[in-house]
Unconditional design. Structure first.
Lengths: 352, 352, 352, 352
């Protein structure tokens, strides 16, 4: 356990390097995890390609990767979980003592530390994680896909920040998060699920996961999309809920057009630059309410997620289309960022 | 009762005319009100000056005015309220049968008819109103100011769409609605109330009504305002709640800067054109939630309002600075729209 | 249309009489309904048998029956619904103006008038009903069973007063209301549904409608029932939710034993006399919360119900086991009140 | 720091002994507190007098006392709070990992350990406490009364489990918890606060703390109390909220009589034996909802409490009527349990 293989953002600029580095030691309150799987999140792309927010925040050298499952192999002082426990990792390390944490919103902690961004992460054989952000896996959860609970949690929170039961739900964008959102909306009892997605590959996945309609291929304009959305039988009055998973400003404008009076918009996808919003027409006259979604509730969302998984209402593997060893990281990132979007979730098989 | 005096929007273009017209007759389900007071709302300005949305929606000739109190003097078929009852008017005539009404959101009715916009309103000696939007006045409510319950209801709903108890509250803009919002935030138990207002006249009113601090006079830039807002002792982490009553896009941007993680923004003021919003920085990373506020809840807000008024936690008169007979409408509108904003609420004394 | 057939509670004491009486005339705000179906509710039994609360409240002669569907054949003044419309009846005639109504709790109106109890009801060819308590039937709702929407609404409200998604739900008693509650819990996404029911006939119905387990036949003691309930795999910590539909005091005690910490109890079944509750052990130490359920929310519950029905998540007919003409009322009441409980819901085919 | 003075429940039967015992050592995750004040809770009486539930649960020898404030003087492994910090103690040691904790209800943890009941408590110079249940005191909170935050938290949670703003509130019983409940109801914006209390001493305290009326002295029967409660001007329809702090079954029956339709009952006081409740008349027909209140929310209630205290909306000292050194414990318990109830809260000055 002296050295390990890790994908290291070792310098400014594009790319990351497979290196042999020292295995970290768990401090008080932490465990050492032997990583089993870690998966690529959209927010890993700016780190890899050194774009967007990454140069402002990331301090190389850094092991990145924050969607992680693994086995507890060593314990720091004061840790109670047993060595040998299999766990998934909540990547948001909250302080537990600030006013936001005290008020129950630990996912919005004012002193948040993010795994794989502010501390070394899971694209490595081993990682140290505070015990308080471990989720112990039920033996019936598929261990090979448990790194995907973290992003699935995002999707569930986006869907369920208010009930969607018997509601008409519009999912903007069917990347991995959108695909999990489709599943979560179905599991949570939505009456109608319509998705908007350009990639034929992902549109097909969305259909298989429960979307009643998927529209928006390359031949359709935003006006076409809007017209189609308003034509669905149950939505003549507009959709009850829109889940924005795409980060496309134009789709946000479409969302406001097709939401019903009193409808809800959950914003998850990060847009580039500013989005122009007509406060009166888009929000006030329709009595719209909007939630910015960050992370997952700790640990209400995890508990709900476990139930959905145990009852087979949501499948972790069905969104996964590719698996690689860590050493093929370059290929994996190239595939995930290619314009044709011919993939779902991509998972690294670590330590195997 | 054959003819009456009314302020009529009788043709396209600026202005309105005092005319003698026939007293209307109540149809089934309606009452005839003898108007006691009607007050000017910001949304009456586009009608008077024939600007903004008004030319698209208003069909002259129309009696406008929708903040109304008066006495029931005649009843249509099926009406149960007694002749002689004193009432305030809820200006949003909901259908009661659409899906939005059935779901309890009558203030967002899909077939809404607005008094003084879609039907003849209260700038007249008499007006017909459906019984279902009458609020019977408790004898202890001051009848001379009861037309102001409608706009006060807006402010209360803006404040109380979520609890503000022990919260730090920022009120953007101290026009009549902002002034009522200051009072409502105080009545509802806010821990700190800070207002932003350019007009010295209105800033002074806001202070008198309970704002702990009022900032933003003509010498202060938006950056100054932002710096000051973050300097208050209890707001170093940001405000819990921001009530946007100004319709100024720049203040909306400021709001996002000074809200705390997990904070709430209520949007009431109508902005001109589009407002640029950085979805990620402004909304998602802070877990902000936003409500578009239209009208008032029927009649939960009215019931809460009555309690505040009966306990003297909110004063209707203190926001009123001028009263005119209907025949001085021209002077009243000039005062209300003057750039120096040296007025609060303006009320017409009708039938007197 | 001069006279009609009606089941009239014409005098004190047991029984009711089929009579020819005058067809009523709709007053202002009312419609005349030609009744299509009306069904027997448990609360019709005390009227028929002149037991329990009935002698204190009922003033003969009275046409009873409050689960009604029919067609609008005549309109009083001010009514807007079209002649020919098919409707179900909300049996709770709220005033719309008292403080409870104003606060949005119209189902708890302080001046409530009950159809078939305080006014003539639906066990007759025709009945007059205020327009404001009509629910217009979607053409896809089965008209022959639409009188059952009223009791189904009770069950949905009992289930959904708080979300049951992914919760473990215990249904005490599988009379018609319990059977609808089983369906509603399933439709609303409960993870596990366990029912307690003595009658083998009803236990079989409950199984067919979605209960995972039905226990409590004649050979089982209350201790047996309690032991079994705690033995189910997912409920070792206790049930999340208990729906009390039986009115059996002993089952309420059992409910407190098997609810988890923080669990919820909905009380719908009326018990005879007082029930002894250990406030500390039963409620406080477990942090239990309890709802008394009366009627349905107007009209949020109806709107949710329509969605469940249109998506076939709940079946109205499957709980119906017998249909009779009004003239066989005696047989119908005998069957419904027989100790072996070998029936589900019983419906009168009126005007046919 | 080798030995310390402690009040020890050293054997079965009535009483407790002042002893010199070893100062405990903090384990991993724990701190050693030098106790500043600890106060007597009603639940300390069964331990002292060896009555009720105590013989079943308490295993002598035990240092009891769970309302504690003090200073951190030593840290176990993994503790982050600084030595020298002044803290109040949340007496409910939750596990943080069970399903109830994961779901956000840590105050109802399935593996709860109670300070001073399941582990040695604060009637001693020193006590060890896990860091995760410490509340760091703002410097403006009066340190001499900070042990009272734990019971004040009970009262605030009892009051605020649902909003009481502009509601009419009935407080049953004005022992220390009832007195704090009166203050909390006032701070939280109740429109009317009526208390029921036999002891003239406590009735006077309640009046001074904000109760508009206190009734129920020795000359009044339960019928008198009920009649009076219904005679208050604003409560002719019944009280919106009843807070049951007395543990008197007869007052619970009264509560059901005087609650309005849709009203709320919070149960905090522990009754002896079973209370007979008419499920139909008391709960269902009025649509009452009931909460069993245990502890306080961790740490939402603490955060709200801090705000109330910093704004002087609630006073910790005003409920305190007596202070003793630990060595006068016998006198203190005698006073607290005397039938004339001529005391409010009693505090031990420890280490002084």
């Amino acid at each position: 356990m002296e050295t390990m293989t890790a994908l290291v953002k070792s310098h400014d600029g594009e790319g990351a390097d497979i290196k042999k580095i020292a295995v970290p030691r768990p401090r008080s309150g932490e465990v050492l995890l032997k990583v089993h799987r870690s998966s690529i999140c959209g927010s890993d792309l700016p780190i890899y390609y050194w774009s967007s927010w990454a140069p402002r925040r990331i301090k190389p050298p850094l092991v990145f990767g924050h969607e992680i499952c693994g086995e507890v192999v060593e314990k720091g002082a004061g840790v109670t979980i047993a060595v040998g426990s299999r766990v998934a990792v909540e990547s948001h390390i909250y302080c537990g003592y600030c006013a936001t944490c005290a008020a129950g919103d630990r996912h919005l902690c004012r002193r948040m530390v993010l795994v794989g961004i502010d501390t070394d992460g899971g694209f490595a054989d081993y990682v140290t994680i505070p015990e308080r952000v471990l989720w112990k896996l039920d033996s019936r959860i598929p261990y090979d896909y448990a790194s995907l609970m973290e992003p699935l949690g995002n999707a569930i929170y986006t869907v369920c920040v208010e009930p969607v039961q018997e509601k008409t739900v519009l999912v903007m964008g069917c990347g991995p998060q959108g695909l999990y959102a489709v599943q979560a909306a179905k599991a949570a009892g939505a009456a109608l699920i319509v998705a908007v997605e350009k990639s034929a590959f992902r549109a097909k996945l969305a259909k298989g996961l429960g979307a009643h309609h998927v529209i928006g291929d390359h031949n359709e304009t935003f006006q076409d999309i809007q017209d189609k959305l308003l034509s669905f039988n149950q939505t003549q009055e507009g959709f009850d809920v829109c889940l924005e998973m795409s980060g496309a400003s134009a789709l946000i404008s479409t969302a406001f057009r097709v939401l019903r009076n009193g409808g809800r918009l959950s914003l998850f996808g990060l847009t580039a630059g500013k989005t122009g919003i007509d406060i009166g027409e888009d929000i006030i006259f329709k009595g719209i309410h909007i939630y910015g979604i960050l992370g997952r509730r700790l640990f209400e969302t995890w508990e709900m997620m476990e139930k959905y998984l145990l009852e087979d209402k949501i499948s972790l593997p069905k969104v996964v289309t590719h698996e690689f060893p860590l050493t093929q990281a370059q290929e994996a990132f190239a595939l995930f960022s290619a314009p044709e979007k011919a993939c779902g979730k991509i998972v690294f098989k670590v330590n195997s």
